[in-house]
Design a protein around this ligand. Structure first.
Ligand code: GLN
Length: 273
């Protein structure tokens, strides 16, 4: 079949953007380039793979898992069912972390830890953009760490990768902690496609969704340098509860909450005074 015929086939079964993304990925071109090849005959093995993967999409498997990678902050990250699919909101966390880092610290030889790294998208992006950072990626899941390791190798970045329940087994002290931890409340209604496919360990943060923050804020007291910054992604209705936890655990600090592009509370930044 020709490219155009396969797009028509795909569109009859799934969202047309997904059909195009998938075919483009299998042909190793981007979605725009694909349109230059509408008349081209597609090799039989690619046609077969395309149809199999369309069937996976029909069964509600996320396109990112079907393709096996996702674009994050302009870079491709490998992704599979052992990790959360990096989200647009998390790109905003990276963007704001970069801005505050610039503003708050006088130099960039900083010790940074990314807690619950998953694919490694946050820590690896920061390390790529600021090579002078000493970066540690932490996750409790062996499978997630394998994915973070693959992304690290693919990008050739020099980072440490540690298995630990947040900071529990991480040696050293840090200038910056960054984390997009699991923050969904147990039992909260979430999209079917998320619930059925993404790892629950990466999604749920206990009965009130705040367990990860409680743990990190408790553990971090012995792990922070005197001048420090913490950057958290948060659930959109967690600002007050987390702010309270922060003052309880860390005392006299400066807290800034930021909204995401959909105007929902999405990030909290904590600075030492
Ligand atoms: N740090 C990864 C991300 O932001 C994984 C987060 C998680 O598993 N909760 O995509």
């Amino acid at each position: 079949m020709r490219v155009e015929d396969l797009i028509v086939y795909g569109k009859s079964k799934v969202h047309s953007e997904h059909a195009k993304m998938l075919l483009a990925a299998l042909l190793n071109v981007n979605s725009l380039e694909l349109l230059n090849y509408l008349d081209k005959e597609v090799p039989e093995d690619v046609e077969k793979a395309f149809k199999e993967k369309i069937a996976e999409l029909v069964k509600n498997r996320p396109i990112q898992y079907v393709i096996g990678n996702v674009s994050f902050y302009g870079e491709e990250f490998l992704v599979n069912e052992s990790t959360l699919i990096p989200r647009f909101e998390t790109e905003e966390l990276v963007e704001n972390t970069l801005a505050y880092l610039d503003e708050f610290f006088e130099h960039k030889n900083l010790n940074v830890v990314d807690l619950g790294t998953g694919t490694g998208c946050i820590g690896l992006t920061l390390k790529k953009l600021i090579p002078s950072l000493t970066m540690t990626l932490v996750d409790i899941s062996d499978n997630a760490l394998e994915m973070a390791r693959k992304n690290q190798e693919e990008k050739g970045l020099d980072v440490s990768i540690i298995k630990s329940n947040f900071l529990e087994e991480v040696p050293g002290t840090f200038d910056i902690i960054v984390s997009n931890p699991p923050y969904i409340k147990e039992g909260e209604e979430i999209e079917e496609i998320v619930k059925e496919n993404e790892p629950s360990i990466a999604l749920y943060g206990g009965p009130d969704g705040l367990d990860s923050y409680r743990t990190i804020l408790h553990q971090c007291k012995e792990k922070l340098n005197p001048k420090f910054m913490i950057a958290f992604e948060i659930g959109c209705n967690q600002r007050e509860a987390i702010t309270q936890l922060i003052y309880q655990e860390l005392g006299d600090v400066r807290v800034i909450c930021k909204k995401d592009l959909s105007n929902r509370d999405r990030m909290i930044f904590i600075f030492s005074k």
